[in-house]
Write a protein that binds this ligand. Sequence first.
Ligand SMILES: *Cc1c(COP(=O)(O)O)cnc(C)c1O
Length: 365
Amino acid sequence: MMTDPQILLTPGPLTTHPATRQAMLRDWGSRDAGFIALTAEMRARLLGIAKGGASHAAVPLQGSGTFVVEAAIATLLKPSDRLLVLVNGAYGERMATIARRMGREVAVLRWPEDHPVDPAQLAEALRADAAATHIAMVHCETTTGILNPLAEVAAVVARAGRHFLLDAMSSFGALPVDLASVPITALMASSNKCLEGVPGIGFALIDRAALAAAEGNSSSLSLDLHAQWRGFERDGQWRFTPPVQVVAALVVALRRLEEEGGPEARLRRYCRNLEILASGMKRLGFPLFLDRAVQAPIIATFHLPKAAPKFQDLYDALAARGFLIYPGKLTEADTFRIGCIGAIDETVFRRLLDAMEDSLRFLRP
Ligand SMILES: *Cc1c(COP(=O)(O)O)cnc(C)c1O
């Protein structure tokens, strides 16, 4: 049965371009020269996006984003190291949970979900905590869509002489990151968010010196980015079965990113998406949860007013009209989320707003 493709307004998996999906319609031998070249192109393009070629190495890993976050923490922290996590949402909490699970010493600095991480408070905390060897932060907290101050936090961490781990999962490919000027030990992201690939690969861009010094840290065989890196350096191959179709799709998606004009052009498209979405939703009675000044153009959280339909009813009505939205993830307020990212532009958001208006008429006639 043929059905119309649904538009995914989620932070990943998200709506991909047909050419990206088309790239998956063949088989690849994982040890064949053609696939080794594809892997090399993917690794080089990932580094190039963040200008990391001179200092960092790209280490892809099979799995979703969480797998590579877990692998990066396991690989880069020695058992005696201590992780300080800057938390203002669920993905920051997840990094603390991961590190605790593997028996690392963990400290947490928290802010409310609608407040960005404060570099001054971090500087003060680092003066009091000489034992914290690594600091971890989420760039765009997908819980709400809030943007944390990357350059300022990285500078504070570097001045204190600590390592900086950045979960850039939902921002990489759109929000600018310059590894040549911003000190970041490791940046983690995945194939299926702003890069607009399909899910199945996480990757880390890791400072080569830190990576070289990380041999034997991970107590996991598969979640070991040092060993994974050595494998690529040795023969260009993945250590274990690679998701070959996902790699092929990601390479096409990365070429498309360059053709679009790079992260700057993609950011402009996402900003326009957010603008159309936020102003239209406001008109329909759904205000943004965050202050516009800290709202990243990645995913928008909207208040669900008391008088509005229930989330599930709204979800079902929109799904019937071809759009999949996302539930809220907040502990306090009643909210829902709509992603701004994916291979979609403002025309899609205008159609979404029409569908939303139609759904509201249908749900409260
Ligand atoms: C998506 C995401 C992750 C990874 O989630 P997975 O479900 O494992 O792909 C991690 N951090 C942030 C900020 C994310 O948005």
